[in-house]
Design a protein around this ligand. Sequence first.
Ligand code: NAD
Ligand code: UDP
Length: 324
Amino acid sequence: MANKTVHLRTRSLVTGGAGFIGSHLCRRLLELDHDVLCVDNFYTGTKDNIAELLPNPHFELLRHDITFPLYVEVDEIYNLACPASPIHYQLDPVQTTKTSVHGAINMLGLAKRTKARILQASTSEVYGDPALHPQPEAYWGNVNPIGPRSCYDEGKRCAEALFFDYHRQHGVEIKVARIFNTYGPRMHPNDGRVVSNFIVQALKDRPLTIYGDGKQTRSFCYVDDLVNALIRLMATDAGVIGPMNLGNPSEFSMLELARKVIDHTGSGAEIVFEPLPTDDPRQRRPDIAFARRTLDWQPRTCLDDGLVSTIAYFDQLIRGGAHA
Ligand code: NAD
Ligand code: UDP
């Protein structure tokens, strides 16, 4: 039987810890003197993302698929496991839903048994193609339940429902974060998300592919800001359960983003227009009043600064030959 009192360090489980956000979170938690257990099935995450953490005696890596039960002793759980890019989550949509739903049930069961706090990485996709702008947490969303994005959107919505039911029914201490588009170093170069696509294209002097007319908007949060918010949310009083929007409210069209990437890379690449994917939301911007108030937090990295660090990362990756 676990005895929390003999553990001086907080034992944090990060599912999806070898992914983009998860690897930054693991690193930050280690800096804060936590014992970190990273659980990942390497579906989209890589060992490279966490290679430098492996020698740390307070870091442990477990290859495991969270759609199966997990028996470990922990104090807090960050549930991030789930492919996040449309290309990856649509590759095996049934597995995507299973990861969100069965994964949530398994991790909530673990939280219930160990009395751990559990934070869910939910998403702005729960708002679908929003009819309300910007999106406050009270908005219920406009989601297509049967489209190609539904495995992700509805899987995450069901996970939120499960979190709230485990809280009401079993008293599990939950925190639900609705994360808006996040970018930064260690994004997967082939995951098809707009920031990584544009940067890789620009660095290779290939045309930047804008889907649709490029007037659709997103709000991009630098990963360090997001990780900071996740850790602050986990540390809030038990009464703070969310859902809480986390993101950067500065909003840009894809055309503006493409121009910024071209400027910052000094690339001679041109812009081409391609068809807009099905159910692509037209606009997205978080209302972060709740997070500002509750976490005493706001994003600090503007898009230009974040792009410079992200471009430097991809430049090194491409020069190093890790990405053909
Ligand atoms: P990512 O794809 O880089 O990371 C996801 C990680 O989960 C990967 O390491 C992957 O291998 C792992 N994983 C997937 N299925 C798993 C399973 N069944 N069992 C164990 N591990 C599994 O994505 P990310 O951008 O780091 O996103 C992390 C979380 O944040 C996801 O839950 C995502 O839905 C959420 N989120 C991200 C964004 C964003 O803009 N990056 C926005 C909203 C929400
Ligand atoms: N997008 C684009 N070109 C690309 C990749 C994406 O214009 O090469 C667009 C995409 O259609 C969407 C926006 O950029 O309107 C953000 O896409 P992403 O996949 O990064 O995130 P999400 O749609 O999940 O917010």
